[in-house]
Ligand binder design. Sequence first.
Ligand SMILES: Cc1ncc(COP(=O)(O)O)c(C=O)c1O
Length: 374
Amino acid sequence: MSDKKWKVPFIQPFVSDETKNRVLEILERGKETGSFTVGVETQIFEENLAKFCKVKHAVTLHSGTEALFAALIAAKIKPGDEVITTSLTFIATIEAIWQVNAKPVLADIHPEYYTIEPDLVKKAITKKTKAIIPVHIYGQAVDMDPIMELAADHNLFVLEDACQALGGRYKKETIGSIGDAAALSFHPQKNLTVCGDGGALLTNRTDIAEIVEMIRDHGRLRNQGYDHRILGYNFRLGEIRAGIANVALPHVEGWNIRRREIAKQYMDGISSTHTICPKEAPYSYHVYDYYEIQTQDRDGLREELTKKGIKTDIQYPKACHQQVVWDYLEKSKINLPVTEKLIPNILTLPSFPDLTDEQVSYVIETINNYYKVK
Ligand SMILES: Cc1ncc(COP(=O)(O)O)c(C=O)c1O
């Protein structure tokens, strides 16, 4: 089915007339100045993003994966160090740990909130543990206070994976402003997209921001010419994508409010006999980057929704430790009962801000009818 035929598409990235005009402006400006890599759009976006997330520094990067990787380098995570995280995440969280030759250690999740359990993190800490990556999965905040206490007690670096949670909150704090650093993604499925890949590192630590800025640009600081100080990469976001982000950022707060309204409509409308809707943790301002239900006969329901023109997805069909790459690199068999019980039942419903109330009602009705006639 081509995307135009979906009555309810899965995502609808934001591309307004202002976005198109901004891209044209940047192209015209770049034609004069040659400045397409790190320039005025990048600077403005970094300043506004830092304000929005209530942190001192935002460093834009080519993707969220690179934000995680660069942060672990900046935290001096070394080969053989252990980094505790969750298996219910996009593989990039684990890849970043492997990329610095450290060892991912997986802790299980809360059965209703889907985020890492601080008590299980505590049990997983060894002498080799150097960092924790709490993942604010689907837009739900991790219970950060106990994580930060453990980090203080054991001198651990906390890297929030906030790739799905821009604008979310933990108690009164903005997600991404609590740990030593945080990674954001601007992939098209995220609540701010740059119509391609994009990411950013957030931090209140100037030492971390400076190292990540150097890693992003061949080991040099901004405007430092050919003065290369550390081993770097080319992880720059680029002016066009920064410009697209500048147009999108002022909308994020409103989009998150709309995502929460849609979540409430699903929660109120979907019959609880065969499905479990996501629960917002009491300390979390959930931003529903993904709206994940648990449901019986997930594959049958998904097929029915497809037949009715409703596009869905599954985040994720396998947990990270169930992937082939895990067996290849880690070779350790892991038992995460809560994660493993959840995986076969989860289904991601459309939840982008432009979804109309009629489309949401149609999804609800289709799900409820499917189980009624069975
Ligand atoms: C939880 C999580 N971590 C990391 C990433 C990686 O971000 P990116 O795709 O921008 O590299 C993503 C994006 O899909 C994600 O959802």
